[in-house]
Design a protein around this ligand. Structure first.
Ligand SMILES: NC(=O)c1ccc[n+]([C@@H]2O[C@H](COP(=O)([O-])OP(=O)(O)OC[C@H]3O[C@@H](n4cnc5c(N)ncnc54)[C@H](O)[C@@H]3O)[C@@H](O)[C@H]2O)c1
Length: 387
């Protein structure tokens, strides 16, 4: 296979990461943006990022020169004519994406694959604007695209299966771990990860424990690198809340995905986390970090509750055929750094234990949010292991 030429649309956070990665892997890349200021900023940030890699000894100066030679910053769409793959990473607005893809389709060669990096729109809703939607699909990178190993490949109902295979091979060629998933809200990661935040917020709202204690429990008993509140502050409560709300609405208001007022208030108040200096925690270096209550019994209960909700979500994704069990486990390890795949984790812990925790919660609260997934029940009943 010849090294495909890649055309990246949108030189913001994701576009510049994807362009840099592709150039580092030896592809000729065009990075396009409507705004020349965005292109200039992207160019200088990519240069800085490569400079750092040279300082760290990860690249030679010759590599750096070669990579920059492979990158072209353009503000004309017609440059797309010689590309094999287009990856769009512009604003999350379906009408604007339609306009851009209609223009790209008219200029790109017939064999060129067209892809969107959207996080929250359905692939079908963008595909519908194209004359030939069979060559269009979702290629979802994680931030920062140069570092995060996972990429979700999402064909729409209109995508030609051969295009999915070809696009996956292109992205595998970038050294990424690819998983294929159905065009459903949140794809794999942004769906399965919701209880990590949602259940932690619920535990806090019920007054069972404070942020520091819940974070301590998940790190100590689960081996997570960051606790839910630390992670929400890191991602930004503005971004994280919006993802939850979008997934909740897209799932026709399934109570499993219900957003939290606590986080909504932080979003409204501009307490977005690290980037604004305050979220669940204060990032003022003069303020002391709150101390957790390190009661082991309570810590274990918190961990079991959140993990059981996560595992239930992973079984649901398999049950609804969003992706294979292997890809669902891989996605959570490579996309959000979980210490292990959730399905594998449930087997190690004993799925009957997870089911018992969910049944107790369901009985206690009488809320649909805690209903155990039928596939989890089946696995416990029949001793099945997914894989
Ligand atoms: N930021 C993330 O963590 C993340 C992760 C995965 C996927 N995504 C998705 O990637 C896409 C881009 O997100 P981002 O965070 O990089 O956005 P961003 O705001 O950082 O960048 C968007 C860029 O698109 C440009 N743009 C806007 N309209 C354009 C047009 N009509 N033609 C060409 N360029 C145009 C803007 O000038 C800007 O440079 C979105 O669809 C988002 O859902 C974002």
């Amino acid at each position: 296979m010849n090294t495909p030429k890649i055309f990246v649309v949108g030189a913001g956070t994701m576009g510049q990461g994807i362009a840099q990665l592709a150039a580092q892997k030896g592809h000729d890349v065009c990075l396009y943006d409507l705004h020349s200021i965005a292109l200039e900023k992207a160019k200088s940030q990519i240069e800085k990022s490569l400079e750092k890699l040279v300082e760290k000894g990860k690249l030679t100066q010759e590599n750096q020169v070669e990579i920059l030679r492979k990158l072209k910053f353009v503000n004309e769409l017609h440059e797309v004519a010689h590309s094999d793959l287009v990856i769009e990473a512009i604003v999350e607005d379906v009408a604007i994406k339609h306009k851009v893809f209609i223009a790209l389709e008219a200029l790109a060669s017939e064999d060129c694959i067209l892809a969107t990096n959207t996080s929250s729109l359905s692939i079908a809703s963008i595909a519908v604007a194209l004359k030939v939607p069979s060559r269009f699909l979702g290629i979802h990178f994680f931030n920062p695209a140069t570092l995060m190993p996972l990429v979700e490949i999402i064909p729409s109902v209109l995508t030609d299966p051969k295009i999915t295979v070809k696009a996956k091979a292109y992205i595998d060629g970038l050294g990424k771990d690819t998983v294929v998933c159905k065009d459903t809200p949140g794809f794999i990661v942004n769906r399965v990860a919701r209880p990590f935040y949602g259940e932690a917020l619920r535990i806090y709202e019920e007054g069972i424990a404070d942020f520091a204690t819940i974070d301590w429990a998940m790190k100590t008993f689960g081996g997570f690198k960051m606790g839910p509140f630390e992670l929400m502050d890191y991602i930004g409560n503005d971004v994280n809340y919006t993802v939850t709300e979008t997934v909740f609405e897209a799932f026709y208001f399934d109570p499993r995905f219900k957003p939290s007022f606590t986080q909504k208030r932080l979003k409204e108040a501009g307490l977005w986390g690290k980037k604004t200096g305050r979220g669940f925690y204060s990032y003022d270096p003069n303020e002391e970090k709150p101390k957790p209550n390190t009661d082991e019994k309570m810590g274990m209960e918190i961990f079991n509750r959140i993990l059981s909700m996560l595992v239930n979500e992973a079984y649901d994704a398999v049950f609804m055929q969003v992706a294979s069990p292997k890809d669902i486990d891989l996605a959570m390890v490579k996309g959000v750094n979980y210490p292990r795949g959730l399905l594998e984790w449930s087997v190690a812990m004993g799925p009957e234990k997870i089911l018992a925790t969910l049944e107790t919660l369901f009985l206690e609260y009488g809320e649909d949010r805690y209903r155990p997934n039928p596939l989890l029940r089946k696995c416990v009943r029949e001793g099945l292991i997914l894989g």
